[in-house]
Write a protein that binds this ligand. Structure first.
Ligand SMILES: [Fe+2]
Length: 255
């Protein structure tokens, strides 16, 4: 079988690039990395599918930005389990999903419903990774609201106490189930709301997260069993308002 006819097979395999971060895809399983290196530029163009950064699959977990032994009312054991199993697991899964999407780039006969399943996983895992990183980053503080974030809260909720009551009520509405409670500045409406999110994919469009609370049972069950409200109270004592204020500034710069 000559090289041209082998290309017509269009069977996708992934081969490791020569130190490149991204996966290189070739249109036939008969061609390996050494063969690609020996090809002319024209042959490579006809044989190699350009690497897609969107499907790089190279995400790494971010370390906890606080000392997990120092939180008030949330144990080190719970935080470490949450970080290792749920968050890091989501990072690994996102990498697998992106690599699978890369491999599917040239699968002409792939049924759309199979592709849809993997695209759904891309959304689930991306949501989990992003929201967990926001969640961990806004822990480790003294729980005392301050600065521009507090000004925002007073402006849109009348008082800190009224905002906190609504934030907790929104969180407790997710108790026993799953989801996220997110104080957001909505870049479209220009309003600040406590948004309810049933899962990793459930976000108000254009909501810029300022404070993120994980309400999945894995975030509290080890310490509080089914008493979700006690976990919400503990979370409020550990909010890092410096990080929330940093997000307010970041959001203003991006607007
Ligand atoms: Fe979580």
């Amino acid at each position: 079988m000559d090289r041209v006819s082998r290309r017509k097979l269009m069977k996708m395999v992934a081969v490791a690039g020569s130190g490149a971060a991204l996966t290189t895809l070739v249109k036939t399983e008969q061609v390996n990395a050494e063969e690609i290196a020996r090809m002319t530029t024209e042959e490579q163009a006809a044989t190699v599918i350009p690497a897609a950064r969107a499907f790089g699959g190279q995400h790494s977990p971010k370390p906890l930005p606080f000392d997990p032994t120092k939180l008030k009312g949330i144990s080190e054991k719970l935080i470490k389990s949450h970080w290792e199993n749920n968050y890091s697991g989501a990072v690994k899964a996102l990498n697998v999903v992106e690599q699978r999407l890369a491999a599917m780039l040239g699968e002409k006969d792939l049924p759309p419903y199979i592709y849809g399943d993997v695209k759904r996983e891309e959304l689930v895992r991306t949501g989990s990774v992003v929201l967990h990183e926001y969640y961990f980053a806004n822990l480790g503080g003294d729980g005392k609201a301050s600065g521009k974030a507090l000004d925002f809260i007073k402006q849109w909720f009348g008082s800190y106490e009224q905002w906190e009551a609504e934030f907790k009520k929104t969180a407790n509405a997710l108790g026993g189930g799953s989801g996220w409670t997110i104080l957001s500045y909505n870049l479209h409406t220009g309003e600040v709301h406590n948004y309810w999110a049933w899962d990793h994919m459930h976000n108000a469009p254009m909501g810029y997260p300022l404070l993120v609370l994980d309400m999945y049972e894995h975030a509290y069950h080890m310490d509080y069993g089914a008493a979700a409200a006690k976990y919400v109270d503990a979370f409020m004592q550990n909010v890092n308002w410096d990080e929330v204020n940093r997000r307010v500034e970041e959001m203003r710069l991006r607007k």
